[in-house]
Design a protein around this ligand. Structure first.
Ligand SMILES: Cc1cc2nc3c(=O)[nH]c(=O)nc-3n(C[C@H](O)[C@H](O)[C@H](O)COP(=O)(O)O)c2cc1C
Length: 202
């Protein structure tokens, strides 16, 4: 297993520094029901606008539901299929369009759904698991295959499992992605203070 801990400008909590999105998964190590429940519980307690909890997640455990897993897998892009073939569990996050209480449009639904997914990613990291989100899949294919209602927008496919002992199980192209340095823009490029575009200074 690689040490891919973030090189941060100042120390941050270990959970956030250690969370990353690997592609080399160990297919021989399933996600237990207890672990899955803990990860979902972390998502359940994410904040949301008006406490609406607009997210919905579809879950496919390869060991329990091989057919469902295969259908979800079939919706992935060819590049993602190359490594998800070793993933034991997939999830799909979906964002509801309207507030449940009022039926009015919810402008924060995708924001809230992403927040729930990050909570789950951090909980997974704490359990020794890894999570990798994907936008590379056919949303309409997965909608049709699993009868996702029109008012829900499929957001991210999410791989969950244990990291493999070595990235050598990957094909060359995917392995190169796995090994490339983890980078982020400087704080001042993304965080402004005193006006739009004015990078925060310390
Ligand atoms: C919404 C979303 C979609 C993504 N889509 C893909 C994808 O289709 N395939 C992939 O390999 N990684 C995908 N990623 C992973 C990102 O490339 C990754 O999070 C980013 O490079 C930062 O790396 P880190 O998560 O290891 O810090 C996606 C991430 C997010 C949040």
């Amino acid at each position: 297993m690689q040490d891919r801990k973030a090189q941060t400008s100042v120390p941050i909590h270990d959970l956030m520094a250690r969370r990353w999105s690997p592609r080399a998964y160990d297919l021989s190590r399933p996600v237990s029901r207890e672990q899955l429940q803990t990860v979902l519980e972390a998502g359940r307690w994410a904040p949301s606008c008006n406490g609406d909890e607009p997210w919905r997640y579809l879950i496919w455990d390869r060991a329990r539901d091989p057919e469902g897993f295969q259908k979800a897998f079939d919706s992935l892009s060819e590049n993602n299929k190359k490594w998800v073939k070793n993933v034991p569990l997939l999830m799909l996050s979906c964002a509801g369009s309207n507030f449940q209480a009022t039926g009015k449009p919810n402008r924060w639904t995708q924001h809230d759904t992403g927040a729930a997914t990050v909570s789950m990613a951090l909980q997974a990291t704490a359990l020794g698991l890894v999570i990798h989100q994907m936008g590379g899949y056919d949303a309409e294919k997965v909608r049709a295959a699993f009868n996702i209602p029109a008012e829900y927008t499929p957001m991210a496919m999410i791989a969950v499992g244990y990291e493999a002992a070595s990235p050598d199980i990957l094909d060359d192209e995917t392995k190169a992605k796995e090994l490339r340095p983890r980078r982020r823009q400087p704080l001042a490029e993304r965080f402004f203070e005193g006006g739009w575009g004015k990078g925060v200074q310390f």
